[in-house]
Write a protein of this length. Structure first.
Ligand SMILES: NC(=O)c1ccc[n+]([C@@H]2O[C@H](COP(=O)([O-])OP(=O)(O)OC[C@H]3O[C@@H](n4cnc5c(N)ncnc54)[C@H](OP(=O)(O)O)[C@@H]3O)[C@@H](O)[C@H]2O)c1
Length: 136
């Protein structure tokens, strides 16, 4: 935290927050026209305020902010059959997660696919792992 650079903070927010926000600005008007949309913000347990720890401040703050974006988007799309949720894939064996991670890519992706294919009466504005709600 004490030696986190503004460059790292800025680059991380650009990737993890501004990217999804700009994409939503482009796509949500089209989704509203169609009266259909599913938005999955791939978040992380490291962004949970209820379990906030030290280290990796840029990443943590970017995911907490992404979760805020989920809530804002869910509120602004209510009534349009657009469901917006945050999903944590768990600790997954990718380039980022590394070889020691406990979950396969398929396991990590399954909760994301679940949120991307929700039925019309599915949840919006939630935070999930494996299809189950988790704390913000
Ligand atoms: N792996 C885990 O344990 C874990 C846990 C919790 C949450 N997550 C989240 O899951 C998502 C996927 O992560 P992953 O594990 O699949 O990581 P990964 O294997 O490291 O892949 C990250 C992807 O993000 C792309 N990327 C990075 N910076 C970018 C930028 N500035 N602009 C556009 N694309 C950029 C990379 O593109 P290039 O390949 O072109 O560099 C790569 O395709 C992330 O949002 C991550 O925060 C992962």
């Amino acid at each position: 935290m004490f030696n986190a650079s503004l460059e790292t903070l800025s680059a991380t927010l650009k990737t993890n927050l501004y990217g999804p926000l700009l994409l939503a600005q482009e796509l949500v008007p089209l989704m509203k026209q169609q009266h259909y949309g599913r938005i999955v913000n791939v978040s992380s347990g490291m962004g949970q305020l209820s379990d906030m720890e030290g280290k990796s401040p840029a990443y943590r703050i970017s995911k907490t902010a992404l979760n805020a974006l989920t809530r804002i988007l869910a509120a602004e799309t209510r009534g349009f059959n657009i469901l917006v949720n945050s999903v944590c894939p768990g600790w997954v064996r990718t380039d980022m997660g590394g070889p020691s991670a406990e979950r396969t890519v398929e396991q990590g992706a399954s909760g994301i696919v679940w949120a991307a294919t929700l039925p019309d009466d599915g949840p919006s504005g939630g935070f999930f792992r494996d299809g189950q709600p988790i704390a913000w």
